[in-house]
Design a protein around this ligand. Structure first.
Ligand code: THU
Length: 127
């Protein structure tokens, strides 16, 4: 799966976001070690703190399907370029990084921005 296809799928997922409060829509697309893909969008709640981010939504679908090793996550928001994952989502990703590492893909000014997960979340917490 090409990374620009992953970002396209994240873009499609962002259209399904439920973000009436922030108006900030996000879509994510996860690629697992077995080359399976899962998408997710953010969904907010009247009780704001219950909001679920797009990345965790997509990761939850991967886990529910038995996929526990993630090698890439593309994140897209129509509201901004370089839509990097929040701290909570980084900690969740940290749990499921594949043995080959994890690439974080966002939209850049001209094309893709690809970062190694370790670059954006060094020394994550693990039990
Ligand atoms: N959001 C995500 O979906 N992913 C992130 O990594 C950052 C924030 C959502 C949560 C909320 O619905 C909206 O963006 C504004 O914070």
């Amino acid at each position: 799966m090409e990374y620009n296809e992953l970002l396209e799928k994240a873009k499609l997922a962002s259209e399904k976001a439920y973000a009436p409060y922030s108006k900030f829509k996000v879509g994510a697309c996860v690629l697992t070690e077995n080359d399976k893909i899962y998408t997710g969008c953010n969904f907010e709640n009247s009780s704001f703190g219950l909001t679920i981010c797009a990345e965790r939504n997509a990761i939850g679908s991967a886990i529910a399907d038995g996929e526990q090793k993630i090698k890439a996550v593309a994140i897209y928001s129509p509201n901004t370029k370089h839509c990097y994952p929040c701290g909570a989502c980084r900690q969740v990703m940290c749990e499921f990084v594949s043995h080959h590492g994890l690439d974080i893909i966002t939209e850049a000014e001209n094309g893709l921005d690809i970062k190694n997960f370790n670059e954006i979340f060094p020394e994550g917490f693990r039990l």
